[in-house]
Design a protein around this ligand. Structure first.
Ligand code: F6P
Length: 327
């Protein structure tokens, strides 16, 4: 029989993502509903180590569902990956009587939670909060939809000016290890080429394809590159393209961190709310060391260690669609 959880802590960790506030709100209000004491932990795991932990009530999360960023702030905490750091964290949680944690973050944050919860008897529930969507066991991650829509809006605008000048644009979107933002925003904006870390980039093929487009007077072209593409980001790709196609009017645009901010879309608010609610229910049901996800519109629980190691695969069909539709 699992120990009954009475006081829980919630934190956001790693890169922020739009919808984290909606998830915090759901955790606090669901916790309160079930009579739990809920604490907000500031700046991810750093807040546990430094004892920067505040009680939260229904009113503490008023008027935040629509806000980007995270009211709890976030950090990537190296100290938590040292045994001494985790020991300190455990002592601080124990002092406050916190007996369950909800961690909203990406795979690095889950790795920390997994180790911590194996060492100490504190159940940890992960919620996938990352714009990169690079976590297995869920169809959605909190923030991806907003980020990809931000990218789409920006690329649409770039296409307007590209069209006016007959230009080639090489646009870099976020995604250090994953090409989902590039793939989705590229398809949705009719990009001619999409370069992602999951596929080896054939730069020759790209150059030849652009040359061929030039021959048939197709002068407006958009290449969307994920920042983590193994060939390099937009600047590296542009360097080769400019050398090989010196008469093509080429520009580079790096979208950067605008993709991480902004008001979350309806979808991100909904999944964050569902996941936050399910996280508290999970703790009450005695689950531990799992990530709450949504698969085929049902809640799905993946062991943190598996959510950590597996990455989603990008199917060949997506790549085929890009080629056919951008011809
Ligand atoms: O949160 C994920 C992510 O946005 C990646 O796509 C990107 O590579 C990374 O974070 C950037 O992190 P930072 O803001 O620390 O430079």
């Amino acid at each position: 029989m699992a120990k009954k959880v009475t006081k829980i802590g919630v934190l956001t960790s790693g890169g922020d993502s739009p919808g984290m506030n909606a998830a915090i709100r759901a955790v606090v209000r669901t916790g309160n509903y079930y009579g739990l004491e809920v604490f907000g932990i500031m700046r991810g795991y750093s807040g546990i180590i430094e004892n920067d932990i505040i009680p939260m009530h229904s009113r503490s999360v008023a008027n935040i569902i629509q806000r980007g960023g995270t009211i709890l702030k976030t950090a990537r905490c190296k100290e938590f990956f040292q045994p001494e750091g985790r020991q300190k964290a455990y002592q601080n949680l124990k002092k406050l009587g916190i007996d369950g944690l909800v961690i909203i973050g990406g795979d690095g944050s889950f790795r920390g939670a997994d180790i911590f919860s194996r060492e100490f008897d504190i159940p940890c529930i992960g919620l996938p909060g990352t714009i990169d969507k690079d976590i297995a066991g869920t169809d959605f991650t909190i923030g991806f939809d907003t980020a990809v829509n931000t990218a789409v809006e920006a690329i649409d605008k770039i296409r307007d000016t590209a069209d006016a000048h007959d230009r080639l644009f090489i646009i870099e979107v976020m995604g250090r290890d994953a090409g989902y933002i590039a793939l989705h925003s590229g398809i949705a904006t009719g990009a001619e080429h999409i370069l992602i870390p999951e596929r080896k980039t054939d730069i020759e093929e790209l150059v030849e394809s652009l040359q061929e487009k030039e021959r048939r007077k197709k002068l407006v072209n958009m290449v969307v590159v994920a920042e983590g593409d193994e060939f390099g980001g937009a600047n590296e790709v542009a360097k080769v393209v400019k050398e090989r196609l010196p008469f093509t009017d080429t520009r580079v645009c790096i979208l950067g961190h605008i993709q991480r901010g902004g008001s979350p879309t309806c979808l991100d608010r909904l999944i964050a709310s569902r996941m936050g609610y399910a996280a508290v229910e999970s703790l009450l049901e005695g689950r531990h060391n799992v990530m709450v996800g949504i698969l085929n519109n049902r809640m799905h629980y993946t062991l943190l260690e598996r959510a950590v190691k597996s990455k989603q695969k990008i199917s060949d069909e997506w790549i085929k669609i890009v080629k056919i539709l951008a011809s």
